[in-house]
Design a protein around this ligand. Structure first.
Ligand code: GLY
Length: 578
């Protein structure tokens, strides 16, 4: 059939080759074993960015649980295992599909601005941004939504008790685990900021003869306070976090440090059940996250723009394929800056942005042989209408239940602030708001009016948990961390699989690229594309910059009745199933 046998591809990953066939792929991350990153199963499959997380998900399945039980266990464990990426002090989105539904259900448990939040909260008296105020410390944190979201989705669709699905996370936090390379790197990178907050230092540093130093690879990370907080949630459910001693500890720290979150913010936190955005690509139905994420809209917009071009004829990394794809991305980011925000607060022209008609207009403006400059790309005009750190996991079973969820505290260790006595790392999701019109966020994306802070608004996201169906049966599901790159990495992986018909592992491992309008450059994954294709792109006017794009796709596909799981070879993670 369409795909080269996955096992053959796997062999390639045992060498350090970065190229085979007509295009480039990445090698396995150092120390990672391809056998843990690619799996085939018949009953279920789980792909996450953590070994303990995948193992906990499997355990739920073995206990008779379903995909949502596994998803809840994975969510809590990954919060412990990747404190640099996600946590109960953060938020996320989750798409769920089960046979019989009309479309997947989208759970929005994104952080919210506090009631006292306002558009000028990150500006000084002259209207200038205050450096790093939206990134480090108490002001950077939005009202966390993860605990409420995971519990609400699990209560509705899970089979096992909450006490069971949360237990593996408590054990891991209590007993600790060795610091692995990605965590060690993040700790080193954020050591100076973490050191400013005593409760962060208590967890992530060790005492040596030379004084306190940040934990290194191989040291054990214990999170005893976090275990206590998780036990409170185990006992009292959502109230264990949003009321009682945990809530009081959060609000005490906010008051002490001049933050804005109050008890009322925690009590009022509400999960939103939303309709996902949807589109089609050559007979497949694509469902992805709706606002406050920009991700789903722009994944669909990019696919719509590319669909009639039949790029499969050129090949996955041919300069023409890259040119059209990069141009589609560029337009998506111009529209993102202009229109996107929390659709509960501002009008977002969703229908127009994901329409095939708009895509045809975008396509018509792309020259055949040269790159568009950023000045040439303007947001679309719609009649009647006046903006990496994170984690993703995907779970699927043979009956066709699918969970695709992206969860985050935003930057490495979020705000770097741990709420004393709780082990909760507070997110810095407030940076995903535009601190002022035209300001750039952590990922360099330009922010617009629609994404200014407002009381109880949710900051714009790029997270794109995605599910693909054909004839109401799952074909694939995927997602990734990495800020604004999320949506372009998801769009490319979908194109590699659905248009170029590459095997899932290759679709994930192919070197990727990213164009986000500003800056005017084509980011190319650090292993680069073939020289002759890069030369052609340079001649077209592309300014190529090799850089780490940060995406770590976690994908599952269904092929000939089998479930194929791939955890991106670029990072640590594990796909496993039965
Ligand atoms: N914090 C990254 C995102 O939501 O896109």
């Amino acid at each position: 059939m369409r795909r080269i046998f996955v096992g053959l591809i796997a062999l390639i990953f045992t060498s350090c080759s970065t190229s085979f066939g007509p295009y480039r792929t990445v090698p396995m991350a150092p120390g990672e074993d391809v056998k843990e990153h690619v799996k085939t199963g018949k009953k279920y499959m789980i792909a996450t960015q953590g070994r303990y997380a995948t193992t906990a998900g499997k355990k739920m399945m073995e206990l008779g649980g379903n995909a949502m039980d596994a998803a809840a266990a994975v969510s809590f464990v990954i919060s412990v295992e990747r404190p640099q990426s996600t946590g109960i002090g953060g938020g996320g989105f989750l798409l769920y599909w089960q046979p019989g539904m009309d479309e997947p259900m989208a759970y929005d448990f994104r952080e919210k601005a506090p009631l006292l939040g306002h558009p000028k909260m990150f500006l000084d008296k002259k209207g200038n941004e205050i450096a790093r105020k939206s990134l480090d410390g108490i002001f950077a944190g939005g009202v966390p939504g993860l605990v409420a979201g995971v519990i609400e989705a699990h209560e509705k669709y899970g089979k096992l008790p909450l006490a069971t699905v949360i237990e593996p996370a408590i054990e891991l936090a209590d007993k600790g685990f060795p610091v692995y390379p990605e965590l060690a790197k993040a700790l080193k990178y954020k050591a100076d900021t973490l050191a400013k907050f005593p409760a962060s230092k208590k967890i992530f540093f060790k005492k040596t003869r030379k004084g306190y130093v940040v934990l290194e690879e191989g040291d054990t990370l214990f999170q005893k306070d976090l275990a206590k907080t998780l036990r409170a949630i185990q006992k009292n459910g959502r109230d264990g976090f949003y009321k009682g001693w945990v809530a009081k500890a959060i609000v005490d720290e906010e008051r002490k440090r001049g933050g804005l979150i109050r008890m009322n913010d925690l009590r009022r936190y509400n999960v939103k059940k939303r309709r996902p955005v949807s589109g089609t690509y050559k007979g497949h139905e694509i469902f992805s996250m709706s606002p406050p994420s920009s991700g789903g809209i722009h994944v669909i917009q990019i696919l719509n723009t590319l669909e009639p071009l039949n790029l499969g004829h050129y090949g996955i990394q041919d300069a023409r394929t890259i040119h059209y794809t990069a141009s589609a991305m560029q337009q998506a980011f111009a529209d993102r800056a202009r229109y996107l925000g929390d659709a509960d607060f501002v009008k977002v022209p969703i229908k127009e942005l994901i329409s095939k008609e708009y895509a045809a207009k975008i396509r018509a403006r792309i020259p055949k042989d040269r790159a568009l400059t950023k000045e040439e790309v303007m947001p679309g005009k719609f009649e009647g209408y006046e903006s990496p750190e994170t984690t993703h996991f995907t779970i699927m079973d043979a009956e066709g239940h699918v969970v695709s969820s992206t969860q985050t505290i935003n930057g490495y260790f979020g705000s770097s602030l741990v709420i004393p006595g709780t082990g909760i790392v507070l997110n810095n999701e407030m940076d995903d708001f535009a601190t002022k019109v035209g300001a750039k966020n952590l990922f360099g994306a330009v922010g617009g009016k629609n994404n200014l802070v407002e009381s109880e608004k949710r900051p714009l996201s790029s997270m794109s948990p995605t599910i693909v169906l054909k004839n109401k049966r799952p074909v694939m599901a995927l997602g990734t961390p990495s800020g604004t790159r999320i949506l372009t990495c998801v769009a490319q992986t979908l194109m590699n699989y659905l248009e170029h018909k590459e095997p899932l592992l290759n679709s994930v491992a192919a070197v990727r690229y990213h164009q986000q309008w500003y800056p005017d450059e084509l980011g190319v994954g650090e292993f680069g594309l073939k020289k002759e294709e890069e030369d052609k792109l340079r001649k077209m006017g592309y300014k190529i910059r090799h850089k780490n794009l940060g995406c770590r796709i976690q994908a599952i596909s269904v092929e000939d009745g089998k479930l194929i799981g791939v955890s991106d070879p670029r990072g640590q993670g594990m796909a496993d199933g039965e």
